[in-house]
Design a binder for this molecule. Structure first.
Ligand SMILES: [Zn+2]
Length: 358
C-alpha cells in the first residue's frame, strides 16, 4: 500500500490509517498501555481503544500483561505481534549473496548465504520461498548492494547501499549517533555521516589524498581507496581471505601500514565535517584490538587537542550489520511508514502555532 501526499487527510479512513501507523510506531519502541498511547500521541482514548481493538483482531498487536502502577487500575500493556509479518533482506556482494527473513521488530529469524552463480536470480527465489513458511504476511524487502543487478521479487522492494545498511544497524543498536562518521570498510571504502537524524553518503571520502602515490580506480593518485581498501590490503599482504588477514600475526605489519593513510583521511574528515566519533563496519571491522588502538593513536595525534574526544569504535552489529540494517529499512518503508509519519510530524509542528491561536 503506497501513501503519498495526494491523499486527503480530512477523510476519516485516512485519518484512522495514520493513527494506526502512529500507534504501531509507538509500540515499535516498546510495550505501552492504551492510556499512555493516548497521552503520547494526543489521540483521544475512545479512538485509541477502537484502533487497538481492531489491530488486536487483525493480530497485528497483542496484549502482553499489566503495567506496574502505584495508583489507579493498572492498564493492559500492548506490544507489536512481531510474528504477524515478515520482511526480507538481500545482501549482494560480487561473489556471494545472502537472503535473510526478519520479524516485525527486525529480528533476523533465518538467513542463508550462497555463492553467486548463473542461477543467482532463481537461487534468490528458491531461498525466499523456502523461508516464506507459515501464514505471516510478507510486507516487502530491502536489497543492500553496491551493484546494479536487476533483482525481480514478488513484493515491494527498496534498494540501499551496504554502507547505509551497516550504518542503520549501528544506529538501531546504539541509539541516535548524531554526527557519527560510518566507515564501511570492505573490498571498497564507503562512508556516510549522520546529520540531523539523516544518513548522508560521502562519495568523495575514499578519494581523499592519503599518501603520495598509488593509482586509484578513479584515475587519481594516492587516494585512500588505493592505499587502504580491503582489496588493496589483501593484495599487499598476499592474504587469501579477510579471516586470515585479520587473525594471523604475520599480517600485522601490512595492517598497521594501512592505518596511516586511513588516519590521515579520518582526521581530515572529522575536522571538515565536525564528526563526533567514528564507527568502522564491514569486512575489516573485526581487526584486532591492537590495530584499533594504533589507529586511535594516529588519529588523535593528527587532530587538534580540542578534538581529543573523537573515538574510533568497532561495529556493534559485526557481520550481521548489512542484513540487519536492510531489514530495518524494509520495515520503515513497508510496515511502519516512518517517512510518511516524520513528514506529517513536520507539518503538524508547522501548523501548531496557528491551532493554539498564536
Ligand atoms: Zn580515487
Amino acid at each position: 500500500m503506497a501513501y503519498h501526499f495526494g491523499m486527503d487527510f480530512s477523510r476519516p479512513d485516512n485519518a484512522r490509517r495514520i493513527n494506526r501507523l502512529k500507534v504501531l510506531s509507538e509500540l515499535r519502541k516498546g510495550t505501552c498501555s492504551k492510556a499512555e498511547l493516548s497521552r503520547r500521541l494526543d489521540i483521544n482514548k475512545v479512538s485509541i481503544g477502537e484502533i487497538c481493538q481492531k489491530m488486536i483482531e487483525e493480530k497485528l498487536i497483542v496484549e502482553t500483561g499489566r503495567e506496574q502502577t502505584m495508583q489507579g487500575r493498572p492498564g493492559t500493556l500492548l506490544s507489536i505481534n512481531s510474528r504477524a509479518g515478515r520482511v526480507f533482506s538481500i545482501e549482494e556482494g560480487r561473489a556471494v549473496f545472502s537472503v535473510a527473513v526478519s520479524d516485525l521488530q527486525g529480528r533476523i529469524l533465518r538467513y542463508e548465504r550462497l555463492p553467486k552463480g548463473d542461477s543467482f536470480q532463481s537461487d534468490i527465489q528458491k531461498l525466499i520461498s523456502r523461508m516464506s513458511t507459515g501464514d505471516a504476511v510478507i510486507y516487502g524487502a530491502a536489497i543492500a548492494s553496491d551493484l546494479d543487478t536487476e533483482i525481480d521479487l514478488p513484493f515491494p522492494v527498496i534498494r540501499i547501499t551496504r554502507a547505509e545498511a551497516e550504518a542503520e544497524a549501528e544506529i538501531a543498536r546504539l541509539g541516535d549517533l548524531e554526527s557519527f562518521l560510518f566507515i564501511s570498510w570492505s573490498d571498497s571504502i564507503a562512508v556516510t555521516i549522520r546529520k540531523n537524524g539523516t544518513l548522508i553518503p560521502l562519495p568523495e571520502f575514499p578519494h581523499i589524498r592519503a599518501q603520495k602515490d598509488g593509482d586509484c580506480i578513479c584515475g587519481g593518485k594516492g587516494c585512500l581507496e588505493a592505499a587502504a581498501s580491503g582489496r588493496a590490503i589483501l593484495r599487499k599482504a598476499g592474504a587469501d581471505s579477510y579471516r586470515s588477514l585479520l587473525s594471523k600475526a604475520e599480517y600485522i605489519d601490512t595492517l598497521q601500514s594501512a592505518m596511516r593513510p586511513m588516519a590521515a583521511a579520518l582526521s581530515e574528515a572529522v575536522q571538515a565535517l565536525s564528526a563526533s566519533s567514528v564507527i568502522i563496519t564491514g569486512r575489516m571491522a573485526p581487526m584486532p584490538d591492537s590495530i584499533y588502538a594504533y589507529l586511535q593513536t594516529l588519529v588523535s595525534s593528527l587532530l587538534p587537542p580540542r578534538r581529543s574526544d573523537v573515538v574510533i569504535y568497532r561495529s556493534s552489529a559485526g557481520e550481521n550489520g548489512a542484513r540487519e540494517g536492510a531489514a530495518l529499512k524494509a520495515l520503515d518503508a513497508f510496515f511502519y511508514h516512518t517517512e510518511l509519519l516524520s513528514k506529517l510530524r513536520a507539518i503538524e509542528n508547522l501548523s501548531a502555532p496557528f491551532q493554539s491561536g498564536i
